[in-house]
Every structure is written in structure tokens, then in C-alpha cells.
Ligand binder design. Structure first.
Ligand SMILES: NC(=O)c1ccc[n+]([C@@H]2O[C@H](COP(=O)([O-])OP(=O)(O)OC[C@H]3O[C@@H](n4cnc5c(N)ncnc54)[C@H](O)[C@@H]3O)[C@@H](O)[C@H]2O)c1
Length: 293
């Protein structure tokens, strides 16, 4: 692939445009207004040898080999967008959505050529997190999945394929299963949020940065893991609604780093400190992971 069209000029779209441009692809970013393109221009930092093409005209994307949509997380807006773009681009242009969790089948309901439509789910900060989930709809062809897989690897990412259009795809199903149990542990007074985070950072997450849950189980011994499952599974949290701990914070508009308060306090400049420390840790982690491979 040579010509890439990114649609959406927000946090994720701008970052993706930067990644493709840095890798030498002819990269176009589409925004509805000049103002939104200027906002993206402020996020994108490239050396003299690379550039991004900015446009408010979808026609400029008509000969792109792939369109990656990263506009607002709203089903109607995404459906409208893809109905429109699918009529502009070539019949074989791959159409990819970076939705966090909306149904891939629903987003492409009005698309011409559903076999070339799929989810391409990136993770924030997308310049540092290697994972990309590729999600099939009921009609996505193998050839298009393979092309996106190859493209993701070509830009240094680690793609996985989600074969079914399930809610949360793969990563968010795991993330929210873990978070639900963590909140239950705190709500029952078993541990503080600080200690739960320590358990992840210095125990489970420490292992997970190097080995996935199936590898960890193989090292631990499946007989032991089987016996633990026998008594523990029935005791684990299976709450179906958002839990009180997060609901209370949500209702107080404590949204985490972006609002200065979440489970922890990020007031008085601690928000910026937290983000730059996070990026430094992820950079170090990426170098370490790369050195293992
Ligand atoms: N932020 C994350 O952590 C993250 C991670 C993975 C996936 N995503 C997904 O990526 C997508 C974008 O998220 P974001 O964080 O970049 O959001 P954002 O709010 O930073 O950007 C959204 C952009 O979409 C534009 N937009 C809205 N309606 C549009 C339309 N009709 N046509 C063209 N552009 C339109 C807005 O002007 C804005 O620039 C969402 O689907 C989101 O769920 C976000």
C-alpha cells in the first residue's frame, strides 16, 4: 500500500497520520473544517523529510488504498461517513474503522462492498502501544484482513485478528473483566486501590508485559490452575451493571487524569506529570519488549 487516508483530526487520527507519514507512506488526513485540520497540524510533528497532506475534500482520498476512520464515537455519524466515502473511493479500497467498541456489522450497514470493511482498533497513545486489533464483520474477506495485517506489521505494530464482531472485541473484554474484579475487591474492603495497582504492577502485570495469560498458566502448571478454577471461579465478581465505585466518581464528574481527579488526584499540574511519566514508562517498556524479539 502507498496512499493512506486518515479521516478524523482528533487525538487518534492525528497520531495515526504521523505514524504513516514517518514510515514514508503518502498520507492524507481529512477533517471537516480548516480549523480541525489546524488542530491536527499542531499535534503532528514531523521532520523535514516527511509530510502529511491536509484536506477538507473527501474526493482527494478517492485513490487511497485504505481509509482509516477515526471520527467521533457515534454510530449514526460513522454510518453516514462510510456510506459517503464508500461511493467515492475505488471498489477495492479497504475501509477501516477505529471504533472503540461499536458493532463493525452495524457501522458498515450502508456501505457498498462490505467484504472490504473491517475494524482496525488502535490503542492510545498509538505511537507507543504496539497492539492493533483487526475485527472482521460477517462478510469481511480473508484477503483484506491479510492486507491490513501486513500493513500493521509494516509500521512496526503487533496486529491480532478478532474473528467475531463481539462487544469489546478482545482487549476491552479482558480489560473490563479485570477492572470489574479490581473494583469488587476495593468495594468489599479487601484491598485499597493503591494495593490493587501494586498487585498488577509488581506481580500480574509484571509477568503480562512478557507473557500472556495462557503462557503464564503453562509455566504455573495447568493441574494447579485447574484446581484453583474449581473453587475460585464461582467466587469471582459477575456484576452486570457499572459498579458503585465508578458510578459515584462518574456522577461527581471525576473522569480521571483529564478532569484532575479519578481514583487518584491529578490536580495542581499532576495531570501533565502523570502523562509524561506514563509515556516515558511505555517508551522504556517498548524498547525492552523490542530487545526480546
Ligand atoms: N482516545 C482513545 O483512547 C481511543 C482509543 C482507541 C480508539 N478510539 C476511537 O477513535 C475515534 C476517535 O477518537 P479520538 O479520541 O481521536 O476523538 P477526538 O474527539 O479527539 O476526535 C474526533 C474527531 O472527529 C471529528 N469528527 C466528528 N464528526 C465528524 C464527521 N462527521 N466527519 C469527520 N470528522 C468528524 C471531530 O472534529 C474530531 O476531530 C473514536 O471512534 C474513538 O472511540 C479512541
Amino acid at each position: 500500500m502507498k496512499k493512506i487516508g486518515i479521516c478524523g483530526t482528533g487525538l487518534m487520527g492525528a497520531s495515526m497520520a504521523q505514524i504513516f507519514a514517518e514510515q514514508g507512506y503518502e498520507t492524507w488526513i481529512y477533517g471537516r473544517t480548516d480549523a480541525s485540520l489546524s488542530r491536527a497540524e499542531k499535534i503532528i510533528h514531523l521532520g523535514d523529510e516527511h509530510s502529511v497532506n491536509y484536506t477538507t475534500d473527501l474526493e482527494d482520498l478517492k485513490d487511497c488504498e485504505i481509509i482509516i476512520e477515526s471520527i467521533v464515537e457515534n454510530l449514526d455519524t460513522k454510518q453516514d461517513f462510510f456510506e459517503r466515502i464508500s461511493k467515492i473511493v475505488m471498489p477495492e479500497t479497504i475501509l477501516a474503522t477505529n471504533t472503540s467498541g461499536l458493532s463493525i456489522n452495524k457501522i458498515c450497514e450502508r456501505v457498498q462492498g462490505k467484504e472490504r470493511f473491517l475494524g482496525m482498533h488502535w490503542f492510545n497513545p498509538s505511537n507507543l502501544i504496539p497492539l492493533i486489533e483487526i475485527i472482521r464483520n460477517d462478510e469481511t474477506s480473508d484477503g483484506y484482513v491479510q492486507q491490513v495485517y501486513t500493513l500493521a506489521e509494516a509500521i512496526g505494530k503487533k496486529p491480532v485478528i478478532c474473528q467475531n464482531d463481539v462487544a469489546g472485541f478482545i482487549a476491552n473484554r479482558i480489560q473490563f473483566a479485570v477492572l470489574r474484579e479490581c473494583m469488587d475487591i476495593v468495594e468489599k474492603g479487601t484491598a485499597t486501590p493503591e494495593d490493587v495497582d501494586k498487585v498488577m504492577k509488581y506481580g500480574l502485570g509484571f509477568r503480562y508485559a512478557a507473557y500472556g495469560p495462557f503462557e503464564v498458566a503453562d509455566f504455573g502448571g495447568l493441574d494447579t490452575f485447574y484446581h484453583i478454577s474449581e473453587y475460585l471461579n464461582k467466587d469471582l465478581c459477575d456484576e452486570k451493571e457499572p459498579q458503585k465505585l465508578i458510578k459515584d466518581l462518574y456522577e461527581q464528574e471525576c473522569y480521571g487524569v483529564k478532569s484532575g481527579r479519578g481514583f487518584y488526584d491529578y490536580s495542581d499540574g499532576r495531570d501533565k506529570e502523570a502523562v509524561s511519566l506514563r509515556d516515558k514508562k511505555f517508551e522504556d517498556m517498548k524498547k525492552l519488549q523490542d530487545s526480546w524479539e
